[in-house]
Design a protein around this ligand. Structure first.
Ligand code: SF4
Length: 485
């Protein structure tokens, strides 16, 4: 699967991210804004929970008859004059788009935001064919100049400050721009306008595809999507298999939730509905329209305990509330998808053997599940992946031994009591003011930045048995740990 990054693992990447205060500040500030706006936008609805339940039901019903809906979508797109190809793998998707470019003699492709194109490594594949791909979404344009992958589902350059963006633009030209939002946008607009006018092919993603009419829907805050899909002679749209919705009524529910959950907007600045290529008598639009429906591991998830991950509408709100993502940003996750949805989706699509550490990158606080507009139980899926990791023998020898010991001790009360008493004795040289201040690995890494309450000299059970529980609680009994265990 293209686009994959080999080791180092999550901990190394997260360590690098944590050492970068600029990135941490930028990510925290942006995700705070998104979270606040989302909450206000959903609170303004009459029945946000009811709407989320309906959205979840729509997604579940869609997956239950996905093959039929894809057939219907294909039939309607073809009836509207478009071409449809189903790509089972990343290589097939890239091969098809490269073939379209080759046959039309295309040398320049302008592209609007498409996570699935990142997933299949399309830019790289087209580059290898001598086709230049220019990202035209402002965030994607910035990270393309920086040579980086996206770090957020809806805001790919969330980790960049204005100063960093101005420096990048300066490197890309003699003039560059001032670190001011309006000036930076104007600079990018002037530069991209030339590319739009010269491009042979426009490439877009698909937020939703309506099966009953063969219409693709693009939800965006920038006008680049409309230029990409209407100026070049050929428009190629890439969609993940699961992005289909049965009807316009279903779309209305999902469209009510997507922008509110993503950015807190009632609706984004642009919502485009595209059904096939330009028709006779229409003023603009492409001569050819191609829809590439990408599977790349998705259909293998249908009917499994992970199926619900395909409900995702890529709003990004689970990232904005995740205490891990908010500290380390998107690049720590190592692939295209980040945050809780990335920690679930990446091992499933790109291989548990390579990405088995991502499901561990979570505190399991379930904040992600609470905000997900389609109610994906993300923290449950993370737990299932952790369990699968152990069943497949991917956990390290130390971890396996530790949990075997824990299981042995926890199942035997006498052994448990003995182990706790021995641990309380053994910790003494490591305790200061009731807290562990150092310890052996892996505790040492935890204690580098935090303290940890020490085990009390006398356990809860001992105090209970001696009838001294009340006085211990009231007086903070003279235990090394200052409490009970
Ligand atoms: S998992 Fe839910 S919250 Fe996260 S991006 Fe997908 S739809 Fe949004």
């Amino acid at each position: 699967m293209s686009g994959l990054r080999a080791r180092p693992g999550f901990l190394d990447r997260a360590g690098r991210a944590l050492a970068d205060p600029l990135t941490r500040r930028a990510v925290a500030a942006a995700t705070d804004r998104f979270r606040t706006a989302r909450r206000a936008a959903l609170d303004a609805l009459d029945d946000p929970e009811g709407l989320r339940d309906r959205a979840r039901a729509i997604r579940a019903a869609t997956l239950a008859r996905l093959p039929d809906l894809i057939d219907r979508l294909e039939e309607r797109v073809r009836a509207a004059g478009g071409h449809v190809v189903r790509a089972a793998t990343a290589a097939e998707a890239c091969g098809y788009v490269a073939g379209v470019c080759r046959e039309r003699g295309a040398r320049l492709v302008v592209k609007s935001k498409s996570m699935v194109s990142e997933e299949v490594g399309l830019n790289h594949a087209l580059g290898a064919e001598g086709v230049r791909v220019v990202e035209t979404d402002l965030g994607e344009f910035i990270i393309q100049l920086a040579g980086e992958p996206p770090s957020h589902l809806v805001a790919p350059a969330i980790h960049k400050s204005r100063r960093q963006v101005a420096d990048l633009f300066g490197l890309a030209s003699d003039g560059g721009a001032e670190p001011d939002a309006a000036a930076l946008t104007a600079w990018a607009r002037a530069r991209l306008r030339e590319e739009f006018l010269r491009a042979d092919v426009g490439l877009s993603g698909v937020n939703f595809a309506v099966a009953e009419s063969g219409t693709i829907v693009l939800v965006t805050n920038e006008g680049n999507g409309r230029l990409v899909t209407s100026l070049p002679r050929v428009h190629v749209a890439l969609m993940g298999l699961e992005r289909v919705v049965p009807t316009w009524n279903d779309l209305a529910v999902l469209l009510t939730l997507l922008p509110r959950s993503a950015t807190g907007q009632k609706m984004t600045s642009y919502v485009s509905f595209i059904t096939g290529p330009r028709r006779a008598g229409e003023a603009d639009g492409p001569e050819e329209f191609h829809l590439v429906i990408v599977d790349n591991g998705r259909s293998a998830l249908l009917g499994t305990e992970y199926e619900e991950v395909l409900h995702c509408i890529r709003c990004g709100s689970c990232l904005n509330v995740c205490p891990v993502y908010r500290q380390v940003g998107g690049h720590a996750y190592g692939w295209v998808y980040s945050g809780p949805i990335g920690a679930v989706l990446t091992p499933l699509l790109a291989g548990m053997e390579t990405w088995d550490d991502l499901p561990l990158a979570s505190s399991l606080c379930a904040a992600c599940t609470e905000v997900c507009p389609v109610k994906i139980p993300l923290h449950d899926l993370l737990l299932r992946l952790r369990s699968a990791r152990v069943r497949r023998g991917l956990a390290g020898a130390g971890e396996r031994l530790a949990f075997r010991l824990w299981a042995f001790v926890a199942a035997r009360p006498a052994a448990y009591r003995l182990a706790v008493s021995l641990a309380a004795l053994a910790q003494r040289p490591l305790v200061r003011d009731g807290h562990l201040v150092r310890g052996p690995a892996p505790l040492a890494a935890w204690l580098r930045d935090r303290d940890f309450p020490a085990l009390a000299d006398r356990s809860f059970q001992q105090l209970w048995a001696s009838g001294r529980l009340d006085s211990a609680a009231g007086s903070g009994d003279a235990d090394a740990g200052g409490g009970t265990r």
